[in-house]
Design a protein around this ligand. Structure first.
Ligand code: XMP
Length: 514
């Protein structure tokens, strides 16, 4: 295992993912972890992430100095390198001129174990206003750029390394090679983290935990909960009961599709609840997006609870919690963690009543999204399911701006089905993150069809690319495809007379409109 100390870099999670891509398990931990705790974890290596602070600032995050003496190889990235230099007697200063941001041509010393086997110059990504001007004792320079003398340093005898650039980002051409040199060459880690191993360990763990108990899982049809279902089913078979609640805001035909898939292909016990009418009554007359979410969330918990009671005794409730959610609540360090946590609170359904006695099972809590997809594949889930786009819990309700009515839901379902159909037919589905279609029922505009004047609703199409939904960009869909989508929606959904394409990025916009 490699542990990554989080100093608040936007790339901290990315480092953890990159390590796992090398089939080595990694965990992100708070930067104030003690040396004693690190020793308990017995990692093969330690990476210090970058971060927005400057080492000479008063409240700058530090490192337990005893960690440097554990004899475990250490790689400091950006702020991590500056911190090591500062702690061991080097000097870090703000660069007044020639600040290095973005791409830089790096020249490296391939005699260093960190760069062995790599070309002696490559493009690297930099992003910090500080740099190390005096090396700590016992360190030597192993890379530089035109404007930065100490772009990487080492004290090979103690296996301590530092890089001022970011090997984890794709813009650093040989970044993966540098990380591999550290992970395998310097740390001597073994590449044993595979999804097949994960299944084996988790199945054992789940069996030991659950025993002869019963497990309830709320299933949405998304990749996370479906993968949990497949994993639990493999572990405990019919002791697993899945519950699928149709709140009435799903895509056209979705409830049937999910039920068919689960029942036929996975042979899992499924309780299907049609709660559409109840949810519709709860949101009647409500336009405020937060109030809509609150009501839908509450109703979901209430419905789940009532239906769960009908199922009888169960001792475990399973959830598709992923590693990024765990990090957000566990790692307190970074500013990113805090903002991310805040943005995400709305995704959680909230607690079930205290008098229901059960334990939580979260068998995906160590995985990133791309790993969940690999796990799903390994478990034999259909490719359509594994590659599914994310879909928000409150569904189309947050894609109807203003009041929700049954007619508006139907209109949006029709438009959404056309858009999704065209996106898939054009081969774009697997290239993009998500395609929200939004209905603006109160923005009415004039149109003309045949000889008649029309006056209908507006619909917006938003198609974004993203790695993790934290940031997103509008996809550059071909003009012809957009025109075809627009023409089909307006022709086939008479209530809609205008289609717009949303080109905003996140930030500053969000993916959903609400
Ligand atoms: P925003 O709109 O915040 O969305 O940029 C980020 C991602 O989260 C999804 N999303 C949700 N997912 N329950 C979910 O399971 C929710 O309540 C929810 N709200 C937004 C959104 O679709 C996007 O992928």
């Amino acid at each position: 295992m490699i542990i990554i100390l989080d100093y608040g870099s936007q790339y901290a999670q990315l480092i953890a993912r990159r390590v796992r891509e090398c089939n080595v398990y990694s965990e992100l931990v708070a930067h104030d972890i003690t040396a004693a705790r690190v020793r308990e974890l017995r990692p093969e290596g330690i990476i210090l992430s970058g971060g927005p602070a400057s080492v000479y600032e008063q409240d700058a995050p530090r490192l337990d100095p005893a960690i440097l003496d554990l004899g475990i190889p250490i790689l400091g990235i950006c702020y991590g390198m500056q911190l090591i230099m500062d702690m061991l007697g080097g000097k870090v200063e703000r660069r007044t001129e020639k600040r290095e941001y973005g791409r830089a041509a790096l020249r490296v010393d391939t005699a260093s174990a960190l760069f062995v086997g790599i070309e002696d110059s490559f493009t690297a990504w930099m992003s910090h206003g500080d740099s190390c001007v005096v090396l700590a004792d016992g360190f030597r320079r192993i890379a530089s750029t035109d404007s930065l003398e100490q772009a990487a340093v080492e004290q090979a005898a103690r296996k301590i390394y530092g890089v001022q650039f970011h090997p984890e980002v794709a813009h650093t051409v040989k970044g993966m090679d540098v990380l591999k040199n550290f992970i395998f060459g310097i740390c001597q880690a073994q590449a044993v983290w595979t999804m097949a191993n994960y299944i084996e360990t988790e199945v054992k763990r789940i069996r030991a935990t659950v025993g002869s108990g019963r497990v309830l899982l709320g299933l949405s049809g998304g990749v996370d909960s479906t993968t949990v279902a497949a994993l639990l089913h493999k572990a405990v078979g019919n002791q697993l009961i899945c519950m699928f609640i149709d709140q009435g805001f799903l895509r056209q035909g979705e409830a049937r599709r999910v039920a068919d898939l689960i029942a036929k292909h996975m042979r899992i016990r499924l309780v299907q609840v049609d709660a559409a009418q109840r949810f519709m009554e709860r949101v009647k007359g409500i336009s405020d997006p937060e109030e809509k979410r609150r009501r839908i969330g509450n109703e979901f918990v209430r419905t789940f609870e009532a239906e769960a009671r009908k199922i009888g005794n169960f001792q475990f409730l399973a959830q598709g919690t992923l590693y990024p959610d765990v990090i957000e609540s566990a790692v307190s360090g970074g500013t990113q963690a805090k903002t991310a946590a805040k943005i995400k609170t709305h995704h959680n359904v909230g607690g079930l009543p205290a008098d229901m006695q059960f334990k939580l099972l979260e068998p995906l809590r160590w995985l990133f999204k791309d790993e969940v997809r690999r796990l799903g594949r390994e478990l034999g889930l259909h490719e359509d399911l594994v590659n599914r786009h994310p879909f928000p819990g409150p569904g189309l309700a947050i894609r109807i701006i203003g009041e929700i009515t049954p007619e508006r839901v139907r209109v949006l379902q029709e438009a959404d089905a056309i858009v999704m159909g065209e996106i898939k037919a054009a081969g774009w589905y697997d290239k993009i993150w998500q395609v929200p279609v939004i209905l603006l029922p109160e923005v009415r505009t004039v149109g003309v069809m045949g000889d008649a004047r029309t006056y209908g609703m507006t619909c917006a199409v938003r198609c974004v690319t993203s790695e993790d939904a934290m940031t997103a960009r509008a996809a550059h869909l071909p003009w012809e495809l957009l025109e075809k989508i627009s023409a089909r929606v307006i022709n086939e959904v008479p209530e809609i007379t205008r289609v717009c394409y949303d080109i905003s990025s996140k930030p500053p916009a969000t993916i959903e409109w609400e």
